[in-house]
Write a protein that binds this ligand. Structure first.
Ligand SMILES: [Zn+2]
Ligand SMILES: [Zn+2]
Length: 220
């Protein structure tokens, strides 16, 4: 589904899957390919939008929980894209991939990155994407902010009327609160979370931040 000229949204398809986003540029970027089981369905939707996976050059993740990254390798095979990790994701790989998967009772699905990202900026052709570390839900959470589109791809940091859980390895409620407070200062038209629906419109996004502040965090 096309959101703006450069931004596409493919909703989660089932258990242990996540929303997938594509930033169309040269090369294009895929954020969170999700679960391998649902990849073919999403690729079908991409074709309907005129997106050929072979045009996608970079695979990144909002964080490395199982529902966001198990299709990394499969998407790489299909597209020829390179997997790029944020330094915080590399640093927390054992905790967020190996320990978290075992805690969830599954054999860890591993992958290897092709290169590490710069800490602050991800460039694809004309498009510059700010990478904002947002620990709390997981220590390796990174949000991707497109200032021109006023879009924030925020993974599991926050959702429509809720936040991510903090009970998986490295989770930290106080850090999550601080991450969300920093994000609330950004100019956002499209809040694009890792699960459930997107929040569109600057007013709705502001209301969503207020709702979370007063209903999710009053105990902090
Ligand atoms: Zn997560
Ligand atoms: Zn998730």
């Amino acid at each position: 589904m096309k959101l703006t000229n450069n931004l596409y949204f493919y909703p989660e398809q089932g258990m242990l899957d996540s929303n997938t986003y594509i930033i169309k540029s040269n090369p294009s970027i895929i954020i969170d390919p999700g679960n391998t089981q649902f990849l073919a369905t999403k690729v079908g939707m991409m074709h309907q939008d005129g997106i050929d996976p072979k045009d996608i050059g970079i695979i990144v993740n909002t964080h490395l929980h199982i529902d966001h990254r198990t299709a990394n390798e499969a998407f790489k095979k299909l597209s020829g894209a390179k997997i790029a990790l944020h330094p915080f994701q590399k640093k927390n790989y054992n905790l967020v991939v190996l320990e978290a998967d075992r805690l969830l009772g599954v054999e860890p699905v591993e992958f290897k990155e092709d290169y590490l990202l710069d800490e602050k900026l991800l460039k694809a052709g004309e498009i510059e994407i700010e990478m904002i570390p947002c620990p709390g839900h997981s220590p390796d959470c990174v949000c991707y902010y497109l200032p021109k589109e006023k879009a924030l791809i925020c993974g599991d940091v926050l959702f429509e009327m809720n936040t991510g859980r903090v009970d998986l390895p490295g989770g930290d409620a106080e850090a999550l609160k601080q991450s969300i407070e920093a994000l609330a200062k950004l100019d956002i038209e499209y809040l694009l979370p890792g699960h459930m629906d997107i929040v569109a419109g600057a007013e709705r996004v502001k209301e969503n931040f207020s709702y979370i502040k007063f209903n999710v965090f009053p105990w902090l």
